[in-house]
Design a protein around this ligand. Structure first.
Ligand SMILES: [Zn+2]
Length: 219
């Protein structure tokens, strides 16, 4: 059996983030429509069907000052939502298992699906955007061509990018992505906008790898 420790670690990380997001978007949806009901029950949250527009609105509110009202929902300020979330979490942190079950069964990768997607430990993964391989990153690092100090903790294996950063971590919305592209893309650029940046990064990696080849020939 191939080892899959890296994929399993990544799965646990992304699953935690995705589940938080799954709850938060539902609380957001509920509270902007029913701010007078401070405690939606879990079944009500499960039943909500979240559309793309709601994800976009949620993402937009995150970038706005808390004193402003939610766009299209003038009866509630962004700062009031924060209080409602906190209140809900204080009372419900211990009672989220029903939500978690639905999340896992209907909205997220199973562990097996994710491991298949990410690959076993020995797979040489590549970045969706700049195409660099993990083996090339290793080669660059060995020859002093990786400069970030963060490389001790990040960069050696492919990370997970949400293609549309406002939509959830689902099978269709996740891409393997190197640390550098992930850092550059942030939640600012769409896939199409980022294509040109990915291509420019490819040229830089190729150039650095060529320099290493030249150095090797001179020895
Ligand atoms: Zn990349």
């Amino acid at each position: 059996m191939p080892q899959t420790n890296i994929a399993q670690r990544k799965y646990n990380e992304i699953r935690k983030r995705a589940f938080e997001n799954f709850i938060n978007i539902r609380l957001f949806h509920f509270f902007i429509q029913n701010p007078a009901i401070p405690e939606p029950n879990i079944d009500e949250l499960i039943k909500l069907s979240i559309q793309k527009e709601m994800y976009d609105l949620y993402g937009r509110c995150h970038q706005m000052p808390s004193s402003l009202v939610v766009p299209h929902y003038p009866h509630i300020k962004i700062g009031e939502l924060d209080k409602l979330y906190k209140n809900w979490y204080d009372k419900n942190t211990q009672h989220t298992s029903a939500l978690e079950k639905v999340f896992q069964e209907q909205h997220f990768f199973s562990k097996e699906e994710f491991i298949k997607f990410y690959g076993a430990d020995e797979i040489d993964r590549s970045c969706t955007y700049c195409k660099v391989l993990e083996s090339e990153i290793e080669e660059l690092a060995e020859h002093g061509w990786i400069r970030t100090k963060r490389h001790l903790t990040r960069g050696r294996t492919m990370e997970l990018d949400r293609k549309d950063p406002f939509l959830p971590y689902t099978k269709d919305n996740v891409a393997l992505c190197c640390y550098w592209c992930n850092n550059a893309k942030t939640d600012e650029f769409s896939i199409n906008e980022f294509a040109g940046i990915g291509n420019a990064m490819t040229r830089i990696w190729i150039d650095r790898l060529r320099k290493i080849d030249k150095e090797k020939k001179m020895i």
